[in-house]
Design a protein around this ligand. Structure first.
Ligand SMILES: *[C@@H]1O[C@H](CO)[C@@H](O)[C@H](O)[C@H]1NC(C)=O
Ligand SMILES: *[C@@H]1O[C@H](CO)[C@@H](O)[C@H](O)[C@H]1NC(C)=O
Ligand SMILES: *[C@@H]1O[C@H](CO)[C@@H](O)[C@H](O)[C@H]1NC(C)=O
Ligand SMILES: *[C@@H]1O[C@H](CO)[C@@H](O)[C@H](O)[C@H]1NC(C)=O
Ligand SMILES: *[C@@H]1O[C@H](CO)[C@@H](O)[C@H](O)[C@H]1NC(C)=O
Ligand SMILES: *[C@@H]1O[C@H](CO)[C@@H](O)[C@H](O)[C@H]1NC(C)=O
Ligand SMILES: *[C@@H]1O[C@H](CO)[C@@H](O)[C@H](O)[C@H]1NC(C)=O
Ligand SMILES: *[C@@H]1O[C@H](CO)[C@@H](O)[C@H](O)[C@H]1NC(C)=O
Length: 292
């Protein structure tokens, strides 16, 4: 048995674990919450409306704000209280591959002189049910929460929720679904590649080596494509939300940690592929001890 032949097996196993982590990150409350694809920060939603308060308006959000006592209003202006919480919304919504989670920033949503950004943590309160081909729809989610908290008279349109955000995210629905499918295919192919690498330790043959290389190549292609599309979705979604949501105090962050994770998985698979190719038997005979 060639000991070095174990290297592709171990590398494929590592790539498989990383791919599965990408797929299941955030799928349970508190499980790898930081590894969201995009996080929507709604803690300041509507705060820009506070200053435009005019009595007797028919806009229910304005009359709601008229009811907000002055002390709360100044707290909201100082970033101490969250307007979102007042309306029954959460501070953040993080979109993962299988679901979204929601929660509050602790100790407060906005950094100030005594509270640096790195001290702000996410406190997840709940996650949606896991759904295959899940797509994140912030307008529907936010409206549902407004309804659930007894603010169904407030239409998200009253909060000036930009329809351009909906349009921009709608354009990404196919890509989001494709990403999920590609991660599943990648996980299956990488698992298969690992199995073949394991088998090839005990059974050497030119045909099995050829199938090995082929499966490795497709597995690498699938995880690479999944990573590329996930990156595009994260960048595009946060761009469109920040571009149009800025004026109503909605902000989005792309999930840097998730992107690092998925590209590391791709890189590990690339190395596994190269190792496997090099330790495969060469034309005209078998090499018992590879010369590297
Ligand atoms: C509202 O006005 C106050 C004082 O005029 C200002 O300090 C605050 O930043 C304004 N808030 C927003 C959200 O524009
Ligand atoms: C404003 O407050 C009054 C009394 O607290 C309440 O009856 C009314 O429904 C409130 N209006 C809004 C729009 O919340
Ligand atoms: C900073 O924010 C925290 C949490 O919201 C609050 O407790 C603290 O008083 C704030 N500090 C200043 C200087 O505003
Ligand atoms: C959330 O968004 C607000 C407004 O854009 C910003 O001031 C705040 O720093 C953000 N908080 C976090 C934790 O990203
Ligand atoms: C997170 O939220 C829960 C309730 O939703 C609360 O009991 C807990 O203390 C919070 N954790 C932190 C670190 O603030
Ligand atoms: C989530 O699943 C539970 C049980 O499986 C179900 O009762 C609940 O209605 C589901 N929630 C949503 C939002 O679909
Ligand atoms: C919220 O409530 C309104 C009116 O009560 C209803 O028309 C709308 O469908 C609800 N939206 C959601 C997302 O449940
Ligand atoms: C919110 O307002 C828009 C346009 O004003 C309307 O098309 C939509 O049905 C309303 N949604 C709810 C839940 O009332």
């Amino acid at each position: 048995m060639r000991f070095l032949a174990l290297v592709p097996v171990l590398l494929s196993a590592a790539a498989l674990v990383l791919t599965l982590l990408c797929l299941f990150a955030g799928s349970k409350q508190g499980f790898m919450e930081d590894y969201a694809i995009v996080t929507l920060n709604t803690s300041r939603i509507g705060a820009s409306l506070l200053n435009t308060t005019s009595s007797g308006s028919s806009n229910p959000i304005i009359s709601y704000i008229d009811n907000v006592t002055n002390s709360i209003e100044s707290e909201i202006n100082d970033g101490l209280a969250s307007f979102a919480r007042d309306l029954g919304l959460h501070d953040f919504y993080s979109a993962h591959l299988l679901d979204f989670c929601e929660g509050y920033y602790t100790p407060g949503p906005v950094p100030n002189s005594t509270l640096s950004r790195s001290q702000i943590h996410r406190n997840v309160t709940s996650c949606s049910n896991r759904t295959a081909m899940y797509t994140f729809n912030p307008r529907e989610t936010l409206q549902k929460e407004l309804n659930a908290s007894g603010h169904s008279n407030i239409n998200l349109t009253d909060l000036d929720w930009p329809s351009d955000v909906d349009k921009g995210l709608h354009a990404l629905i196919i890509a989001q679904k494709a990403t999920f499918v590609l991660y599943c295919i990648a996980a299956a192919l990488i698992g298969f590649a690992m199995l073949l690498a394991l088998i090839s330790i005990f059974m050497e043959g030119r045909l099995s080596a050829f199938i090995n290389v082929l499966v490795d190549w497709f597995a690498f292609l699938a995880i690479g494509l999944a990573s590329a599309i996930a990156t595009a979705v994260a960048v595009k979604a946060s761009d469109v939300i920040n571009k149009y949501g800025d004026k109503i105090g909605v902000h989005a962050n792309k999930g840097t940690k998730f992107l690092v994770l998925t590209w590391v998985a791709t890189a590990v698979m690339l190395v596994a592929r190269r190792r496997n190719k090099r330790s495969a038997p060469r034309k005209g005979g078998y090499i018992d001890e590879p010369r590297y």
